[in-house]
Ligand binder design. Structure first.
Ligand SMILES: NC(=O)N[C@@H](CC(=O)O)C(=O)O
Ligand SMILES: [Zn+2]
Length: 435
């Protein structure tokens, strides 16, 4: 018998289809076949139907992450494709894009194909590799972007490193546009951040750490916007962290440039004060900044200047973090915490729910040119069911990721992913509430 899943009386939220209503959603095989008030009443009577009645639950399109580090190949002790995809499914993601700073770097068809073959074996959440911009991420010669694209890469980036040479960046934008690939920049002028350990400000002064000033990001973003305008290419800013980046993007977009940007949950929620007394869980690139940056990033996300939320899920093992601050690797995990943390922002009134949903679904899908994320008849059944009321405390034992490097451990959040579905297949289902 073909698969038949019936969601009864769920609040379905899909801003791109102007949908926010309590309805039934019926899934046959891999597609949404019917939706509407009581549209599932008949189907629910079928003996083989799997009926999901979850009063108060929300049904959203499957989430898309433009920026995750899965560490395979090469650093599987931090994460691998299996654990990374399991974490993604538990976080409500049906599609994630994997950054190329693996070992070896994903700068070739061979690595892209190997990653995809592995993801295929594992199943569940879909993996979309991002190829490197330059060979070995060394910032010198361009990769074979046509090959990467043909093998399945959805974008190019040297993330972890910035393409600082203007001539290389210009050629990268020109070359990538031949293949309609967005160029994702990790905007950091390395000359200004040499030896830097955190945001340059009052906390870095107090702790005696060398600072990573905002302007190191702003300089690259402003130069890149000029190059994007000159070349007409698709340019995307990874993990925007400064007030200046938001201002520059707003101006560029007002003139119709084809530029996009993402922001991470941690840059929307934490300032440099979180570093406290050298808490290495808060060491991240770009660094946690100040309240005025948070305000600008939230405003930018709310008004669409920043298109997408991306996790920058950057797993690191205890050995990489349980050391002196200066030795600790930058990065924090995010796949399983993104949605509940940001639902907190919505609850506070700092972000409209519709913007949050769009920035985690339709917007990143569009940037990576993935199929639409929609809740409507005929759409692929990529869905996430959440209980918006469930309170839970973030604890290492409930994480699927191999690494637990996050400053949010111990924080109580409201809202939990109950089920994730990829093309009608349930790839994650939470155990029923124990209380
Ligand atoms: N964000 C980080 O602090 N670290 C990332 C690289 C990156 O995104 O810059 C990593 O790969 O660990
Ligand atoms: Zn980066």
């Amino acid at each position: 018998m073909d698969r038949l899943i019936v969601f009864r009386h769920v609040r379905a939220i899909d801003p791109s289809s102007a949908l926010d209503a309590v309805i039934d959603v019926v899934i046959e095989k891999d597609r949404i076949v019917r939706l509407g008030p009581d549209a599932g009443a008949e189907a629910a009577k079928a003996e083989w139907a799997q009926v999901i009645t979850a009063p108060g639950a929300w049904l959203l399109p499957g989430l898309v992450d433009l920026h995750a580090h899965l560490r395979e190949p090469g650093q599987e002790y931090k994460e691998d494709i299996r654990s990374g995809l399991a974490a993604a499914a538990a976080g409500g993601f049906t599609d994630i894009c994997a950054m190329p700073n693996t070992l070896p770097v994903n700068d070739s068809r061979m690595v892209t194909e190997a990653m995809l073959a592995r993801a295929h074996e594992v199943g569940g959440t879909r993996l979309h590799p991002i190829g490197a911009i330059t060979v070995g991420q060394r910032g010198e010669s361009l990769t074979e972007m046509g090959d990467l694209r043909e093998a399945g890469a959805v974008a190019v980036s040297d993330d972890g490193r910035c393409v600082t040479n203007s001539a290389v960046m210009r050629r990268a934008l020109e070359y990538a546009s031949v293949f309609d690939l967005p160029v994702i920049q990790h905007a950091e002028d390395h000359a200004l951040t040499e030896g830097a350990q955190m945001h340059e400000g009052s906390v870095s002064t107090r702790l005696g750490l060398r600072g990573w000033p905002r302007v190191a990001e702003d300089i690259i973003v402003s130069r890149d916007l000029l190059l994007a305008e000159y070349t007409g290419a698709r340019y995307h800013v990874a993990h925007a962290s400064t007030e200046g980046t938001v201002r520059l993007l707003r101006e560029a977009k007002s003139r119709g440039l084809r530029v996009t940007a993402e922001v991470t949950p941690h840059h929307l929620l934490l300032t440099h004060e979180a570093v406290g007394l050298y808490d290495t869980a808060c060491k991240v690139n770009p660094p946690l900044r100040e309240q005025r940056d948070i305000e600008a990033l939230r405003q930018g996300l709310a008004d669409g200047t920043i298109d997408a939320v991306a996790t920058d899920h950057a797993p690191h093992a205890t050995i990489d973090k349980g050391c002196e601050w200066s030795e600790a690797k930058p990065g924090m995990i995010g796949l399983e915490l993104c949605l509940p943390l940001l639902l907190g922002l919505v609850a506070e009134g700092a972000l409209p729910l519709a913007r949050l949903v769009t920035s985690l679904t339709q917007a990143p899908a569009g940037i990576a040119r993935l199929p639409d994320k929609r809740i409507r008849e005929g759409a692929r059944a990529d869905l996430v069911l959440i209980d918006p009321e469930e309170r839970w405390t973030i604890d290492a034992s409930c994480l699927r990721s191999k690494s637990h490097n996050t400053p949010f451990l111990g924080r109580t959040v409201k809202g939990r992913v109950k089920m994730t579905m990829v093309a009608g297949n349930v790839v994650f289902e939470s155990t029923p509430r124990s209380s």
